[in-house]
Design a protein. Sequence first.
Length: 274
Amino acid sequence: MNFKEFLEFPMVQTGKLNLTPYSLFMVLTIISVTWFLLWLVKKIFLRKGLSEKWDKGVGYTVYSIIKYLAWIIAITLVLESVGIKLTLLLAGSAALLVGVGIGLQQFFRDILSGFIILFERSISVSDVVELDEIIGQVKEIGIRTSKIVTRDNITMTIPNSRFIEDNVINWTTTDVKTRFHVNVGVAYGSDVQKVEQVLIQCAENHKDISPYPKAFVRFNDFGNSSLDFQLYFWTTKSFRVENLKSDLRFAIDAEFRKENITIPFPQTDVHIKS
């Protein structure tokens, strides 16, 4: 047996499958080359210098699209190299595919949504998103599902169709800085100008609150037991903003004690007729 006969020796041979040492070598070569090229592309698109020129997540999005297209082409070439004609395979299994497709409608909906997300970039890796009152940072966008990490450091796997069909808030799409507020109530009779001054001072003293736009105070309402204020501020730390709000409340309570500003508790006056 010469070398050519060895390469063409049928290891596995059926009606449509013809596996020879040559075809096995081609399969391994296709997989190896695809893996190496994707590794090279990932290095190019996700390297630090290029990522600084692009928006967050652009490199990962482009790499993901290239990866899925590359593996589709690679799988097609692998099937062709072992003698399986893709057109005949699809034609022969048309009825089966119809039945499976009906049962996997949600699966294909998630995949289609994944491509929509990757092409439209409605969300990207590192974005902070809110979905059904769950706030998390996007860590990975897959073809069918995506992973987000919540403020409690819990990793959640979300079907991509939910990012398309449900109401999703992307806190990092329009601007890195986001506005938040803290509610504060003080006793009737308090010096409201002093209250405003103390609240703004507390905001300006916090290192994670942006100096521009400047924090401001809104006199919101005359409540049942208190004068109600809201302290508005901007920050780039939207993912951990609840910790920031907690810091502000500690600072406000301490400053109110120094300035003898009272935070009231709900009370009810009862009048008894004799």
